[in-house]
Design a protein around this ligand. Sequence first.
Ligand SMILES: NC(=O)c1ccc[n+]([C@@H]2O[C@H](COP(=O)([O-])OP(=O)(O)OC[C@H]3O[C@@H](n4cnc5c(N)ncnc54)[C@H](OP(=O)(O)O)[C@@H]3O)[C@@H](O)[C@H]2O)c1
Length: 303
Amino acid sequence: MAKKWNTENIPSQMGKTFVITGANSGLGFGTTKELAKKDARIVMAVRNLEKGKRAVQKIKKEVPNANLDLMKLDLGDLVSIKNFSHEFLRKYQELHVLINNAGVMMPNSKKQTKQGFELQFGTNHIGHFTLTKYLFPILNKTPNSRIVTLSSLVAKMKKADIYWNDLHWEKSYDKMASYAQSKLSNMMFGIELDKLLKEKKSHVKSVLAHPGYTATNLQQHMGFQGIVMNFLMAQKIEMGILPSLRAATDTNVKGGEYYGPEKMSNWRGFPVLNEINVMANNREITKKLWGKTEEFSGIKFEI
Ligand SMILES: NC(=O)c1ccc[n+]([C@@H]2O[C@H](COP(=O)([O-])OP(=O)(O)OC[C@H]3O[C@@H](n4cnc5c(N)ncnc54)[C@H](OP(=O)(O)O)[C@@H]3O)[C@@H](O)[C@H]2O)c1
């Protein structure tokens, strides 16, 4: 067995069903391809079916027997999330792993989701919260199931906070702070979910992961700075997907753990346990965020 955790450590995933959001690009695409090689059945949840079809073709070129099902999901639209979930529950009897992967980062001007939430908070956090709520019943009835949520290095950086007085950036817009809020919210969601699951003695695990700094489409709005940083600092997608893959498949993983790269202050390297932002362990804050998110999404999420 390899010393550093890598894809050789992943056992056969035959018989397991995964849902991966944002599976057509970057880390979602890489994660899908790797799991397809391990014989998993993967539902690729994408907002653009044409892009999705191209991604399926690309994977099938490398993995001809890939077991892929393309389904439409726009995390920026609560109605689309509901429709996706109903369709999924109609088609599938089991869900072993949900990977809350999709994300948007730092659009230059403030943008909104269909229901009027700021785009990053709305898509990255409220969208995945809502999706997880709808899919929870099937995860709960599938043995050894998990929910993997992607956070980020920025969730521990200077601007990482929950901006309670202006959660949707109506008074002012700071694209970096807004992205950081959304990724800290992902972290708080994953940690609070883990605690709720443990309180209910549920077998479902909630695990967190982040890819360090990986060159993908995510940096598309960063302009020249993004190009330079991708050239100098970024690791390849093959490395960036390892934390998600470990969180999703390693049988030794425990609920509430956070996997990310080992080296260079967790920017690069093989996946190991990383520390969360201490704010995510503050129950008063995580419960408040949970309640607010229930309000925004219009659904109660009880375990
Ligand atoms: N790359 C990094 O260094 C890094 C670092 C920390 C965290 N992350 C996190 O990793 C995750 C994956 O990002 P990536 O780097 O792979 O970026 P990416 O290549 O841009 O992929 C993002 C994916 O999310 C999808 N997406 C965006 N908005 C969506 C929506 N409303 N509904 C459904 N899907 C939507 C995109 O679809 P389209 O192709 O249609 O746009 C794309 O498939 C994100 O959560 C990101 O925050 C990445």
